[in-house]
Design a protein. Structure first.
Length: 403
């Protein structure tokens, strides 16, 4: 028997504004390939494109059926009671809009739904609120026969170390995005297997984080993003230079807000530092990583680009926008190495990848084991269009496994 993490989402669009409005017998059809063991539940609501999450007093009540067709609760129950919102997060910080802190509420007893069955959901409005979109989401596992799905596991003899982790950076202007490999292409020839167990995300709100993309012909594509939101990020400069000399080592120097990477070279002064190696070195350097996060976006096995002179990050805005809230309007769909999805539809990003490093609501159980030189794939789509300048960094965290 093989159990795989799985998420099911039911979408209800354009629910009216009249108090007492009800929508009964909305059906979530489960896949026919395996039974589903439900372990958690979440309500995610959007009002005029703004993600409310399971906020208190959102004016929405819900009930749903258990495997035998009866309702889990006798009466429609407020979303806040079923899926409690983190009220301590509502205040925000530094005059910014608060991030959406959303969690799956665990079910006290697992519910085992047969393959091909359905979960029936009833909704009721208790206030004059217009919901553009309501998502009713279940987390749990699918149960397959041995060998029925891609599900690698630990070797008999192994050594494990925490690893946090592999990052993917995507832009709001590029939505939808499909088949982004994780670990990234730059890490295909990594030194160990990787076990994905949880994650986090950050975003730039309405473009509040300065950034700089550096590229040249026949080189990797590097993206540098300021760690702090606001106009201050525009004062950070990046210089990548091989100085035209032979047999140089890779050296990172940081003076104030100026980051210089002396790229390693081989004979004839040709750059030997790859984009993947440069990203690793900068993210491991305490001074550089305090200023920017570095991502090799593509062609990461090729030499790093050589811009020969300092280039400043741009796009940092005062205030930094609604940090965390724009990521709430982004959905993610994860697929295994053969394209079989771990969810039936796009799941709100914060439910699996908590905002920043402050929470880990989307613990993956069972964990997803990814052998070295293999990858799983992520699709991204917007429930509501984010600002074109918004960027998202999604980090897969877990453990490296050496055998």
């Amino acid at each position: 028997m093989v159990e795989r993490q799985h998420w099911y989402s039911l979408t209800v669009n354009n629910v009216g504004a009249n108090p007492g409005y009800t929508q009964f017998n909305t059906q979530l059809r489960l896949d026919t390939d395996a039974p589903f063991r439900a372990t958690g539940f979440a309500v995610y609501a959007f009002n005029n494109g703004t993600a409310l999450g399971p906020l208190g007093n959102i004016g929405l009540s819900v009930r749903y059926t258990n495997p035998d067709g009866g309702f889990v609760q006798r009466n429609l129950t407020s979303a806040e009671a079923l899926n409690v919102y983190d009220a301590q997060a509502v205040a925000g910080a530094n005059a910014q809009s608060p991030p959406v802190f959303a969690y799956f509420s665990p079910l006290g007893q697992n519910l085992l739904y047969p393959a091909g069955s359905q979960i029936v959901v009833d909704l009721q409005l208790n206030a004059a609120v217009v919901f553009n979109k309501i998502l009713i989401i279940f987390t749990g596992t699918k149960i397959f026969g041995d060998g029925a799905v891609w599900a690698p596991t630990y070797p008999a003899t192994n050594t494990q170390r925490p690893f946090v982790g592999y990052s993917i950076q995507v832009a709001g202007s590029q939505m939808p995005i499909q088949n982004v490999p994780m670990p990234p292409v730059s890490a295909v020839n990594r030194d160990a297997d990787f076990v994905w167990g949880f994650g986090s995300h950050t975003d730039s709100g309405a473009g509040g984080f300065a950034s700089r993309t550096v590229a040249e012909e026949a080189a990797s594509l590097m993206v540098f993003t300021a760690k702090a939101a606001g106009a201050g990020g525009n004062s950070i400069s990046i210089e990548l230079d091989n100085f035209g000399s032979s047999n140089l080592p890779l050296v990172i120097t940081v003076i104030g807000n100026a980051i210089t990477a002396q790229l390693a070279t081989a004979s004839f002064g040709l750059t030997s530092t790859t984009g993947a190696q440069l990203a690793t070195a900068l993210n491991a350097n305490p001074a550089a990583s305090a200023l920017v996060s570095t991502v090799c976006s593509s062609d990461c096995g090729l030499p790093a680009p050589n811009n020969n002179a300092p280039q400043f990050l741009t796009g940092g805005g005062a205030g930094g926008g609604a940090v965390g809230s724009s990521g709430a309007a982004i959905g993610i769909r994860i697929k295994d190495a053969f394209g079989k999805a771990y969810m039936n539809d796009f799941i709100p990003l914060p439910l699996i990848f908590g905002f920043d490093n402050s929470q880990t609501p989307g613990l993956v159980y069972p964990e997803v084991y990814i052998p070295r030189a293999q990858a799983i794939y992520a699709d991204f789509a917007a429930f509501f269009p984010p600002a074109a300048s918004t960027t998202f960094t999604v980090t897969f965290k877990g453990r490296k496994v050496y055998s």
